[in-house]
Design a protein around this ligand. Structure first.
Ligand SMILES: [Zn+2]
Ligand SMILES: [Zn+2]
Length: 582
């Protein structure tokens, strides 16, 4: 058992105890334990009692529950608590702004046990009567339900990609001669994806007859299928464990390009493309591009053929959102988008010195294997006490150790950096004279997420005043499908970043992807510098670069726009601390 699910159980226990109105110290003990375990690098399931008791905030009782979870996969105390409440009550806690206290109140005063009952009561105006509620809070709760609905059925790009790859590998085993292409939001590289759409084409010359029918049988028999929603000769739909819907479509090999174009979308892009087809005397559908006069087909085997026949350059899937790509494709001015191969270094990662899983040398060795020319080690600063964040002395000692490794990993240069917390009032967590001695400083928000737009904007602007801040890390501090972005005046932050030479990060953690494509594009159009960094907390997570590159491509970024596509010297010369002129 990983640390995360164990931490989850403890967090749920804390929530349930709080709904029950139990002793605050007890509640806090479970919450602290959940935080500790989540942030801990080594798997607690493999620790013995002595090691467990050494963890901060873990006493005998909690250690016993960790052992129980590790050995049986469940915890009796947790299960008993779940029996006391309807299981739907925990759904209420997933609504933004609804904490255990509110849930307890809703349950005890109005017997509200589910989101449906909550909506009903809110619409009937019954919530505002409750102590500490009022019409404003009632409206906020309804809005939170709406937000949740919007996210329902959406999944992270990384998770969706993994499931789709597993499904394709499974199908390919059955029909090696077929071609399988995931289309839809997945192919466009959207930060969250809805359904998984897969196109299959089978070249009849290569495949035994009857393989088409058996391919559909094979698809609905995928071991992770929960429910079959529809099964036909050319299209089947299933629901997969984890809440994914997957569709498989079998299309004739000679209209593969048309089907790819059609099912990749987006809707807005396709509507615009169809309009262009009509203007030129064509009609466009999933089978091809046809002349209106005589119904003869002019393209359809490949996507390139279709765009070409419409007098346009082929449009990379990431740009197909009807945000200017049609005109640019006609004018042949589409940008040369950045790709993963352009990246020469990674400027944000953590080691065991704070909350990373792997030590400095392992991280460096892994980065070298990826072929990078440079990396920046940027562990946390002291405000993140839970992560064992560094104070000035430890930060400088760590920097010395990092620099001492240079020369030991071939051509890889290690830069000594830090991810310094931006405190609630906008001051930085570490003193200027410490930050000045490092090679690179990322400033990030990790607390006080709901100060409101004016205060949050001022807070970040103040942090950018510090002359040693080179990069603003995960500028919106969002968690996809979990936490809304910070409310800030983004234009003012971009202006300040431009004036001071601060680069803005696209953070590659799959549930951050922050900046988003839209923000990254607007920052780039105003001339801001962008870095794409993994914020890896393990050697494995260095591979997350691909997700940030997807965001960058959707943001129309060229290699030039990204700082870490440059050589070490060129990149360093562009860091704020090394700028020769103001
Ligand atoms: Zn961070
Ligand atoms: Zn970080």
């Amino acid at each position: 058992m990983d640390n995360y699910p164990i931490a989850q159980v403890f967090a749920e226990i804390a929530d349930l105890l709080e709904i029950k109105g139990e002793n605050l110290f007890k509640i806090r003990a479970y919450r602290t334990a959940a935080d500790t375990i989540k942030a801990w690098a080594d798997p607690v399931a493999r620790m013995d009692d002595t090691q467990l008791l050494d963890l901060p905030g873990i006493g005998k009782d909690l250690a016993k529950k960790i052992r129980e979870l590790a050995e049986t996969g469940t915890c009796r105390f947790h299960q008993d608590l779940l029996l006391e409440f309807p299981p739907t009550i925990l759904d209420l806690l997933r609504l933004q702004g609804v904490g255990p206290k509110t849930v307890a109140l809703l349950y005890s005063a109005l017997n509200i046990r589910s989101v449906e009952e909550l909506v009903e009561a809110a619409k009937a105006g019954r919530l505002r009567e409750l102590k500490g509620m009022g019409p404003k809070k009632e409206a906020l709760i309804l809005k939170a339900v709406e937000e949740r609905e919007k996210d329902r059925g959406r999944h992270l790009l990384s998770d969706t990609t993994a499931i789709a790859a597993e499904l394709v590998a499974y199908l390919r085993e059955h029909a090696p001669a077929a071609e399988f292409t995931p289309v839809g939001s997945l192919r466009r590289g959207c930060e969250t994806c809805g359904d998984i759409d897969i196109l299959a084409t089978i070249d009849p010359a290569l495949a035994p007859s009857g393989v088409e029918g058996s391919l559909m049988d094979r698809f609905v028999a995928f071991p992770r299928v929960e429910r079959i929603l529809g099964a036909g000769d050319t299209k089947s739909s299933v629901r997969i464990v984890g809440g994914y819907q997957a569709d498989l479509r079998l299309v004739p090999a000679d209209s593969r390009g048309a089907a790819m174009q059609y099912f990749t979308g987006s809707k807005a892009h396709n509507v615009a493309l169809r309009d262009r087809a009509i203007q030129h005397g064509f009609k466009l559908n999933e089978y091809g591009l046809f002349k209106v006069d005589d119904d003869s087909r002019v393209a359809g085997e490949t996507e390139e053929g279709i765009y070409d026949a419409l007098g346009m350059a082929w449009v990379p899937p990431e740009l197909r959102e009807h945000r200017g790509e049609i005109d640019a494709a006609i004018a042949r001015t589409l940008p040369r988008l950045v790709s993963q191969a352009d990246l020469r270094g990674d400027l944000h990662m953590h080691t065991t010195v704070t909350d990373g899983r792997d030590d400095l040398e392992d991280v460096a060795a892994a980065a070298r294997r990826l072929g990078y020319g440079y990396i920046a080690i940027t562990d946390h600063s002291k405000a993140l006490a839970m992560s064992n964040g560094l104070d000035e002395t430890r930060a400088l000692e760590h920097a010395a150790r990092i620099r001492a490794l240079n020369g030991r990993f071939g051509g890889l240069t290690l830069l000594a950096g830090i991810e310094c917390d931006i405190l609630a009032d906008g001051t930085l967590d570490l003193a200027d004279d410490c930050l000045a001695q490092l090679d690179i400083v990322i400033a990030s928000v990790h607390s006080h997420y709901s100060q409101g737009e004016a205060q949050t904007t001022e807070r970040i602007l103040k942090a950018l005043e510090c002359p040693w801040v080179d990069v603003l890390g995960h500028p919106m501090s969002r968690r996809l499908l979990q936490r809304e972005p910070l409310q800030v005046n983004f234009d003012r932050i971009v202006s300040a970043a431009l004036a001071k030479g601060v680069a803005l990060e696209i953070n590659c953690q799959p549930d951050r992807l922050d900046l988003s494509d839209a923000f990254a594009r607007s920052a780039h159009e105003r001339g801001a510098r962008i870095v794409i960094s993994t914020d890896a907390h393990s050697t494995l997570a260095l591979g997350n670069m691909r997700w940030g590159v997807q965001v960058a491509r959707r943001a129309w970024l060229t290699p030039d726009a990204v700082l870490n596509t440059r050589s070490l010297d060129d990149m360093r010369a562009l860091l704020r601390r090394n700028r020769t002129s103001a």
